[in-house]
Design a protein around this ligand. Sequence first.
Ligand SMILES: Nc1ncnc2c1ncn2[C@@H]1O[C@H](COP(=O)(O)OP(=O)(O)OP(=O)(O)O)[C@@H](O)[C@H]1O
Ligand SMILES: [Mg+2]
Length: 239
Amino acid sequence: MAGLVVRRGGRRVLHGLSFAVGSGSVVGLLGPSGCGKTTLLRSLVGVQRIESGRARVLGQPPGSSALRDQVGYVTQAVSVYRDLTVAQNVRYFAALQGAGARDVAAAVHAVGLTDQADQRVERLSGGQASRASLACALVGDPQLLVLDEPTVGLDPVTRESLWTYFRSLADRGVTLLVSSHVMDEASRCDSLLLMREGRLVAQLTPAELLRRTGASTPDEAFLRIIREQDTREAEGEPA
Ligand SMILES: Nc1ncnc2c1ncn2[C@@H]1O[C@H](COP(=O)(O)OP(=O)(O)OP(=O)(O)O)[C@@H](O)[C@H]1O
Ligand SMILES: [Mg+2]
């Protein structure tokens, strides 16, 4: 990404973001509600109009047809068909991606829904439904997984198993871009993109975040970075 500018509802919501992400890693996109995380992810998967700047995903313009089976995207809201079963939903996405029945079973297993595979999504709990969404994104074996707050509303045990699974995907070379506003998930990532009000505040590793701020938790570290920035701006220095 270089100088990414995006407007929504007549207002600029991304103000020239530049960053690069290495393959085979888990990248956390963190920042307060409304700072532009979803907008950035939408830009990467090609469903958001970009006003200016250069965006490349796996070397291609976002949304290009070459990326169709290489990028999996899970939106913040559950986006599966509620009147279909888990397996039917995943099979539908598999068909779009040219994936087979074995991939369907593997994706359902990966999110821990094997026992619920034949239940309609409307009969599942909130967390189960969001895992069904995730299975749909996993099924084509994408090179890049873009996940918008995938662990919201999940219990600690399920969150733990999902993060373990994300790690195993990254070990196989998959790149995961995961947004969250739960800062304790920062320590699960290889690198972090910290956002605030449509701007990138920092790109660094979780260890660097703690070292640079002297904080003991990512939450505290993020607050310190924001305070530092406010102080600099108050003193009239450029951010
Ligand atoms: N459909 C829309 N039309 C106009 N403005 C929008 C729209 N969606 C979001 N925005 C604005 O864009 C900005 C960024 O929103 P975005 O959804 O990207 O934030 P976010 O970081 O994902 O927040 P959250 O953590 O709450 O999901 C916000 O100021 C929001 O008001
Ligand atoms: Mg969002």
